[in-house]
Write a protein that binds this ligand. Structure first.
Ligand code: PPS
Length: 285
């Protein structure tokens, strides 16, 4: 839940870090280039994990770039005013991250060959991640309980709006050559195999040693130990490190430690109703 927000075309954004002019500019005027690669996610789905994996793939497994440049500079945030300035003058090929729902994505994407990697995560785990994240971030209001956040989440009254609409919107691109969807759970289940699939999508050919290095350096522990990836560089007035870590637990199924049976059933009913068109698509279905 947001402390101060504005709504752009029905989607809530935190007013402390975004502004309506930039969101509007991105949708209507940002020029997507054919060799751009976008990491797109709904918040707390594994965005930074994918950003780290891609950084390592682009460097053929060499971790030096990941260890010397903050993750947000390696793949700037499309809808953030500061990053947008950097992107306007960035040399191609550009690596760009975004949480935007498809309807707010740059219009110029549609005629381009730019690639999108969309990472999805079990929404119950994502909700637990968001719950803990809300305690750290100054622009999020700490919910009184998971129950309160669950209600807001099911109503789409959280940052970036409805998870259901976000996922259904982006998954409408399945089958396109320039769109690749992978789940957090697949990354957890088989990181090496997943990195291989991502490489094939990107047209990158990595040696076995390079692949092994990607897997090793993108592990939860390696990212936790890397100041360029673990958010320790984020100012305290934005992320209160005394309250927890950005890289919190990094597991599948933590929802079982947080949801009551009644909450799980309530979530399940909403999920079945809203996601029936995509039934059986995801590892958690
Ligand atoms: S954000 O704020 O939306 O950009 O957050 P996002 O990066 O999408 O998601 C944060 C969660 O991803 C977990 N994470 C990882 N899990 C496993 N392995 C690696 N390497 C990894 N890196 C990040 C992170 O811990 C958050 O999940 P939770 O469940 O809170 O631990």
């Amino acid at each position: 839940m947001l402390r101060h927000s504005f709504s752009h075309k029905g989607i809530p954004f935190p007013a402390e870090i975004y502004d309506p002019e930039t969101i509007d500019f991105v949708g209507n005027h940002f020029q997507v280039l054919d060799d751009d690669t976008f990491t797109v996610t709904y918040p707390k789905s594994g965005t930074n994990w994918m950003m780290e994996i891609l950084s390592l793939i682009w460097q053929q497994g060499d971790p030096s770039w990941c260890r010397s440049v903050p993750i947000w500079d390696r793949s700037p945030w499309l809808e953030s005013p500061n990053a947008l300035e950097k992107l306007k003058s960035a040399k191609p090929p550009r690596r760009i991250s975004s949480h935007l729902p498809i309807q707010l994505f740059p219009k110029s994407f549609w005629g381009s060959k730019a690639k999108v990697i969309y990472t999805v995560r079990n929404p119950k785990d994502l909700l637990v991640s968001l719950y803990h994240f809300s305690k750290l971030m100054s622009f999020l209001e700490e919910p009184e309980s998971l129950e309160e956040l669950l209600g807001a989440f099911l109503q789409g009254e959280v940052l970036y709006g409805s998870w259901f609409d976000h996922v259904k919107g982006w998954l409408g691109l399945r089958g396109r050559e320039n769109f690749f969807c992978i789940s957090y759970e697949e990354l957890q289940e088989d990181l090496r195999g997943s990195v291989g699939r991502i490489c094939r999508f990107l047209g990158k050919d990595l040696s076995d040693a390079a692949l092994a290095s990607v897997v090793q350096n993108a592990s939860f522990q390696a990212m936790r130990d890397n100041p360029m990836a673990n958010f320790s560089l984020m100012p305290d007035n934005i992320l209160d490190k005394s309250k927890g870590s950005f890289l919190r637990k990094g597991v599948v199924g933590d929802w079982k430690n947080h949801f009551t049976v009644a909450q799980s059933e309530r979530f399940g009913r909403a999920y079945r109703e809203r996601m029936q068109d995509l039934a059986g698509t995801f590892p958690w279905d």
